[in-house]
Ligand binder design. Structure first.
Ligand SMILES: NC(=O)c1ccc[n+]([C@@H]2O[C@H](COP(=O)([O-])OP(=O)(O)OC[C@H]3O[C@@H](n4cnc5c(N)ncnc54)[C@H](O)[C@@H]3O)[C@@H](O)[C@H]2O)c1
Ligand SMILES: CC(C)C[C@H](N)C(=O)O
Length: 364
């Protein structure tokens, strides 16, 4: 991989490699763009096949956060960290404290939170070394685990997508095929069940499936069968890239709305959905509830204010559909346009010279 060629292509600002031999920390902090404010994005811990895979993931995810934060109307740029390692085996306190010191060294250019493989407890450990961390325990005045907030936002965005496809936003009687019933999707299923939707779920974790069956009367199917379920809505809530050449022809859903990041294998799959008349709620717009929730900590966390803002993901998704209809473009392209318009609109103000004490030469 030609790293600088890639950085130049998507205009990344900074990449920080963090290494601490004693604790085994190997992390990559990618800061994509800080036009709108400090880069906020979670820390993912994952076992990558190669170091290059980890670098690419950090870069891709940080760019995704630039778009997510911009589209959500947050005054934040995009960044993300990946820690190379198995979250079940390789974590230790010293690792997260060493990582916290690296974040502190960035002096507020990057603020972290949870992502796949990291927990509120990990954020609490980071907090011992830096203030630039969110999603820590509510006991510290923080917002805690972002997953229920993400789930609420996905639920609201799904209603907007259903309204677009069926002419009414009611989920009563709608069949929803949920892929992955982990932290976010468990709470999503609760909202859907309460509104009278019928759930079909799958997960590679049998206990997670059983919980959804017991608590919400969900029907369970094997992981690969989820694409063939007769349903109204497909909700990808596990991994990325599940909307691809193989699955698009299998899906019977009229709506795709879920929490997973990077749902489209490639941008052209958004075009394919558009041509088939499938209403796709772009991932980074619908799953912004978690980041909206943790971002509220920057103002002194207020749950009611955060939830009011997350509720409006409905309007934001509806706005994406409006742009898609107006400009005759797929919804993923419409979402990018919405985010880029906001960033480009503010880019000019960033180029204005701002004086600080180092610009004043004093010679005595
Ligand atoms: N947690 C948040 O606040 C948040 C915010 C925004 C986006 N997301 C995204 O939403 C998705 C889910 O996040 P989460 O926090 O619930 O993660 P999670 O790890 O708690 O849940 C994911 C679930 O998917 C299952 N899974 C993995 N591979 C699968 C497969 N092939 N088939 C079926 N199930 C499979 C896992 O067993 C797990 O139960 C991720 O893509 C994440 O990046 C999460
Ligand atoms: C800041 C975090 C809550 C972000 C979350 N992991 C996401 O992908 O949106």
């Amino acid at each position: 991989m030609e790293l600088f060629t890639y950085l130049e292509e998507y205009d990344y600002e900074q990449v920080v490699f963090c290494q601490d031999k004693e604790s085994g920390l190997k992390a990559i902090i990618a800061i994509h763009d800080t036009t709108l404010g400090p880069a906020l994005g979670g820390t993912r811990m994952w076992t990558y096949d190669t170091e290059e895979d980890a670098i690419i993931d950090a870069l891709r995810l940080s760019r995704g956060m630039t778009y997510k934060n911009a589209a959500a109307g947050l005054n934040l740029g995009g960044g993300k960290t990946v820690i190379i390692g198995d979250p079940k085996k390789d974590k230790n306190e010293a690792m997260f404290r060493a990582f916290g010191r690296y974040i502190q060294g960035l002096n507020g250019r990057y603020i972290t939170a949870e992502d796949v493989g990291t927990t509120v407890q990990d954020m609490d450990t980071i907090y011992q070394e830096t203030n630039f961390v969110t999603g820590i325990s509510p006991a510290f005045g923080s917002s805690g685990n972002p997953s229920p907030a993400t789930a609420f936002g996905v639920y609201r965005g799904m209603k907007a997508a259903v309204n677009e496809a069926f002419g009414s936003d009611s989920l009563e009687g709608k069949v929803v095929a949920v892929q992955g019933v982990g932290n976010v999707a468990y709470h999503l299923c609760r909202h859907l069940h309460e509104e009278g939707a019928q759930l079909v779920v799958t997960d590679i974790n049998k206990e997670a499936v059983q919980r959804a069956v017991d608590d919400f009367g969900a029907k369970a199917v094997d992981p690969d069968d989820i694409y063939d379920v007769e349903c109204d809505i497909y909700a990808p809530c596990a991994l990325g890239a599940t909307v691809n050449d193989d699955t698009i022809s299998r899906l019977s859903a009229k709506v795709i709305a879920g929490s997973a990041n990077n749902q489209l294998a490639e941008s052209r799959h958004g075009e394919a959905l558009y041509e088939k008349g499938i209403v796709y709620a772009p991932d980074y717009v619908i799953n912004a509830g978690g980041v909206i929730n943790v971002a509220d900590e920057l103002y002194g966390y207020n749950r009611e204010r955060a939830m009011n803002r997350i509720e409006k993901i409905y309007d934001n998704i509806a706005k994406v559909f409006e742009i898609s209809r107006r400009d005759s473009i797929p919804t993923n392209v419409a979402a990018d346009r919405m985010a880029e318009e906001r960033i480009n609109g503010l880019n000019k103000s960033r180029s204005t010279f701002l004086q600080n004490e180092h610009h004043i030469i004093s010679r005595r």
